[in-house]
Design a protein around this ligand. Sequence first.
Ligand SMILES: [Zn+2]
Length: 145
Amino acid sequence: MRQELAENIYQQCPLIYRGRHQGPDKNLMCFGFECGSGWYDLILTLSVQIEQLTEKLRDEGVEPDYLPMVTQVKEKYGGLRFYLTVSTDKMDELIGQAEEDSMRICEECGAEGKLMVAYGRFLTTCCEMHRIPGVPYNEADDEDE
Ligand SMILES: [Zn+2]
């Protein structure tokens, strides 16, 4: 993800991204968002929701050490993965929904996309314009078409 986009997410969600300078043995956010810029809106929306829930926990008196902190955000098998140190059921639900939504958003540009599979391996979620030449979409996944 482009640096200025990442910075914008950090700025809006300082609490949950507070560990990003801790170093790779503690927090993998030192590598930034390990996915394409097309998921910026998706990750920003999710982050803001979790930031607000975390602020609420802090205001309720939860100790700083026990407040959720993002440790890694990346692409895996064409989908978003979003990891927290600790989480609530509501946070898990929001993360699950965003990870599901990511499979329909082009990782490159944010347009409507589809998961592409090649050689039995998940590759990427992308739109018609950013699809990898010669690699078919995973048509078996299209239940509603
Ligand atoms: Zn695209």
